[in-house]
Design a protein around this ligand. Sequence first.
Ligand code: SF4
Length: 306
Amino acid sequence: MAETTENGILIRDVNTQNIMTKSTLPVGGYSVNPYVGCTHGCKYCYASFMKRFTGHTEPWGAFLDIKHWPPIQNPRKYAGQRVVIGSVTDGYLPQEARFQNTRRLLEQLRHSGAEILICTKSDLVVRDIDLLRQMEKVTVSWSIDTLDESFQADMDKAVSIRRRLEAMKQVYDAGIRTVCFIAPVFPGITDFEAIFHRVKDQCDLVWLENLNLRGGFKQDILNYIREKYPHLVPLYDAIYRKKDRSYFRSLEEQAARLAADNDCPFVDNELPYGRAKPGHPVIVDYFYHEEVRGSENSGRRNHPIP
Ligand code: SF4
């Protein structure tokens, strides 16, 4: 299999027999990852645990395997099933412009009747609006946890917030269901009300999820807070060392008020597939959902908990 290094990223080809991975979760469904690895390299990446299974020694974000798979034989098999594209990668990494694995996948699933959820931090998805419009049930979700471009640049190597917001608008205006996934909500940093007001006319759903700190990146994030936001150290200590949930409980109350003030439904789980009244997205409260019932059960996460 070919192996090259481009812009410091090791790129290689890998074969896989079946691109569709059946979820082991009770709600069923499938997840599809057209690549192995994720060059967005988010500091808080829950998916970085994947590295253990890839045989890679490079840091998370510094390698990408390009999957090759035989065409999906019977796409109707997935009719009515939730299919998440990008559970441990982003289907619209910059390399997708060249390799087009996600576009190939969408072409194969176009008439499947599956309910497709695309999770991204990119604007490359606008390239595929033509295909998305041909699909029965498709949703595109952008992760946006700040309007502050410098904080974004500290956290990930994906495109700017401005570009994500523009892409969301284009996709929404094309008649495709969109989500603003406000996640992870960083205590004291993420202003979800400001994000809500910025996106409410261009999305159907607003999902809210807390920052979860576990695994190897926990200390990295706490070090970052100490360096850049020292006034927040006591808050992070309370939440992530002493397990005090009161901060996020207060955010839940704030979200409920925001929903009421703006005539938006406020729910703690997803509603059946449908479009929201323009300007009144459904706000979904996933704060600490993973502790209550396993947030990955919804199939909405692109960062399953290890
Ligand atoms: S958090 Fe998501 S977008 Fe970021 S590196 Fe991980 S898989 Fe990629």
